[in-house]
Design a protein around this ligand. Structure first.
Ligand code: HEC
Length: 193
């Protein structure tokens, strides 16, 4: 059983990496430009969906949309140009967005830089790592700052209907009480090299 799983897990990795090495070696600048496009696509899709629903049906409905669509929409963008993308934070609303050890380390680094007054819009970090199967990957994180339009659902003065909806969907919500300019979390991306 174990052996079969290992073999299955290795197959796609091996075929992609030989392809990438042979035909598709990219410069660090190209990789970063690609990552930027992937992040912008996801941010645009999420904000678009949120705005439309909030305007048409109000904030509680928009929360419902985040609850059912944010992760599937993130998965849809994943795979774009070979990148996996997710959103994570040290102050989580949805526990499914919890950081892994590497992401936690980078988020803590961002939080430290934020306390020292770093410009969150420019805060990013990347590193080449080797995963358990020996595959080299570029991992990259980009900070997400809190903007004014996020406060209706992540600020400290939430409307009663918003609070109620959040309480019902996220009983362990830790993503309230933010101010504009705070560090909300980060986009996290990886691509096999
Ligand atoms: C209409 C309410 C609403 C607004 C406005 C909103 N969010 Fe959220 N946000 C949510 C909900 C609900 C979730 C949980 C989504 C899920 O279940 O995956 C969430 C999750 C997140 C996450 C994923 C990490 C986690 O805690 O689960 C990030 C990052 C995030 N929001 C950032 C922002 C930013 C930045 C803005 C403003 C640009 C914003 N949000 C505006 C409701 C909102």
């Amino acid at each position: 059983m174990n052996k079969l799983l290992t073999t299955l897990a290795l197959l796609p990795v091996l075929s992609t990496s030989s392809f990438v090495l042979a035909a598709d070696a990219q410069t660090p600048a190209e990789l970063k430009a690609e990552a930027k496009t992937v992040i912008q696509t996801l941010a645009k899709n999420l904000m678009g969906e949120l705005k439309t629903t909030a305007q048409k049906e109000g904030l509680p409905a928009a929360i419902e949309v985040c609850n059912t669509k944010a992760i599937p929409m993130t998965d849809d963008v994943s795979g774009m140009k070979g990148w996996q993308i997710s959103r994570t934070s040290l102050k989580l609303r949805n526990p499914q967005n919890a950081p892994d050890a590497w992401e936690r380390k980078v988020l803590e680094q961002f939080a430290g830089q934020a306390t020292q007054g770093a410009d969150l819009k420019a805060l990013a970090y990347s590193e080449v790592i080797t995963d358990n199967s020996g595959q080299k990957k570029l991992r990259l994180m980009k900070a997400i700052p809190v903007a004014e339009q996020c406060l209706a659902c992540h600020g400290s003065e939430l409307k009663p209907a918003v609070s109620q909806k959040l309480q019902a969907l996220y009983p362990h919500d830790n993503a309230k009480g933010f101010k504009a300019g705070d560090l909300r979390g980060a986009f996290s991306l990886e691509k096999a090299l």
